[in-house]
Design a protein around this ligand. Structure first.
Ligand code: AMP
Ligand code: MG
Length: 405
């Protein structure tokens, strides 16, 4: 694996992503688990979901009203010969009559039209008069309009959420075949780190990346091995990495800044392979990718906003692809900006911003150490390399909600 030296050019985001996805494609998770629908939220569908039903299973009424055969109607009132509620099985419609029918109830054989009750007058003798012109098949939801037996309704690789689970339930599935969770070990490197709950000594800070990544990974359907804090020490780095042989990805933060003693890098070089990338993005320039005794390792930069951006744009798609998701690109859209940007950068910026009156605005402090910027934000505002912005210019906006789940 090529390593980039100090003078190497910055790597475009697309190139880094392509490389990571290619590596993910070489190490797919092939094991499948059958889980109850109730446990499938957030998982990835392992095989295409094929319908075993027509949906709806029979033609049914879209309205509360009256079902009739259009050819039986000559403008005269009709006798009501049966009453059909949702959940009932109707008798065939008697010729020359109509049926009282409710939303979701099966349309009786022989009927080809439903009129809504608002357009029907009940007469004193029990018959009903249709007051408006009627059309063939109106207000009838035909059998199989949503799906037919044998049709694939969700492809393999679909991320399952409430909507997909609702759809699977509508087809009667009690269990789904999903991809096994990928096992990700989370390591926070840094002598200065202390976990919340401990007193803060001189020079120490609380470890925010551990919680950020552990919670995020769980949402993505990963099995997390919380490997805690790793001091900046080569021997301890070797020992800790060696304990993580059961992980399918080691995700570390910190220790990848230029000039710092890079213990992770040294350990990877000794017992595996290492690529150090300098990405053309801000925040999040330095990124490590390598293997330790065959286990893939991604080293994200330690500043929390850098961790967030590199995880969202690179590590997340890599993990989703390992789990078989084909389209790992988050939905983004173009918005006009409500701020100006006068200094063109040589790296693409991902500013923490939100939408106000349809325009993207940014948090005033965009330091990569300020995680509060992302808590305030609704999305990442992408400012391309070499670009300046005047108010109203358009940029891409990636909603954080798109990448968090
Ligand atoms: P590093 O990449 O190790 O040089 O870290 C860059 C900056 O991020 C330093 O200010 C670190 O203190 C900070 N940092 C590193 N890891 C964490 C973490 N887990 N939580 C909060 N801040 C961190
Ligand atoms: Mg550090």
């Amino acid at each position: 694996m090529a390593e980039l030296g100090a003078a190497a050019p910055l790597m475009p985001l697309e190139q880094a992503l392509d490389r990571l996805l290619a590596m993910a494609d070489q190490a797919p998770l092939c094991e499948i688990e059958r889980v109850p629908l109730a446990e499938a939220d957030g998982r990835v569908l392992a095989a295409g979901l094929v319908s075993t039903l027509d949906l709806p299973p029979w033609s049914n009424s879209a309205m509360d009203g009256y079902a009739l055969r259009l050819a039986d109607w000559n403008g005269e009132p009709l006798v009501v010969s049966q009453r059909i509620q949702a959940g009932q099985a109707p008798a065939p419609l008697l010729a020359g009559t109509c049926a009282r029918i409710f939303t979701g109830a099966p349309v009786p054989a022989g009927a080809d039209c439903v009129e809504m009750q608002e357009n029907v007058e009940s007469l004193a003798d029990g018959r009903v008069r249709f007051t408006q012109a009627l059309g063939l098949n109106q207000n009838i939801r035909p059998q199989g309009q949503e799906t037919r037996v044998g049709e694939q309704v969700l492809p393999a690789g679909t991320c399952l959420g409430p909507i997909e689970l609702g759809l699977a339930a509508s087809l009667g599935h009690a269990h789904l075949d999903v991809v096994r969770k990928v096992r990700v070990a989370v390591l926070s490197t840094g002598d200065e780190l202390v976990d919340p709950g401990q007193p803060l000594g001189p020079g120490q800070i609380y470890n925010s990346n551990r919680r950020l990544l552990v919670s995020w990974l769980q949402r993505l359907g990963c099995e997390v091995i919380d490997a805690g804090i790793l001091p900046d020490d080569l021997a301890k780095t070797r020992t800790r990495l060696a304990q993580l042989g059961h992980a399918e990805l080691i995700l570390s933060t910190g220790g990848v800044s230029v000039g710092e003693a890079d213990f992770l890098g040294v350990a990877l070089r000794e017992e595996g392979e290492l690529a150090l990338w300098k990405l053309a993005i801000k925040p999040g320039k330095p990124l490590t990718f390598g293997h330790f005794r065959g286990v893939p390792v991604i080293g994200l930069p330690g500043n929390p906003a850098s961790t967030l951006v590199t995880f969202a744009l690179l590590a997340r798609p890599y993990l989703m692809r390992r789990m078989g998701v084909v389209d790992v690109t988050p939905l983004a859209f173009e918005v006009p900006v409500g701020f100006t940007w006068s200094k063109p950068g040589n790296r693409r910026e991902y500013l923490r911003g939100r939408l106000e009156n349809g325009r993207a605005v940014i948090y005033p402090n965009q330091s990569s150490g300020v995680l509060r910027s992302a808590a305030w934000a609704e999305g990442l505002v992408e400012v391309l390399e070499g670009r300046t912005l005047a108010e109203g210019d358009r940029v891409r906006f990636i909603p954080l909600s798109e990448v968090l789940g």
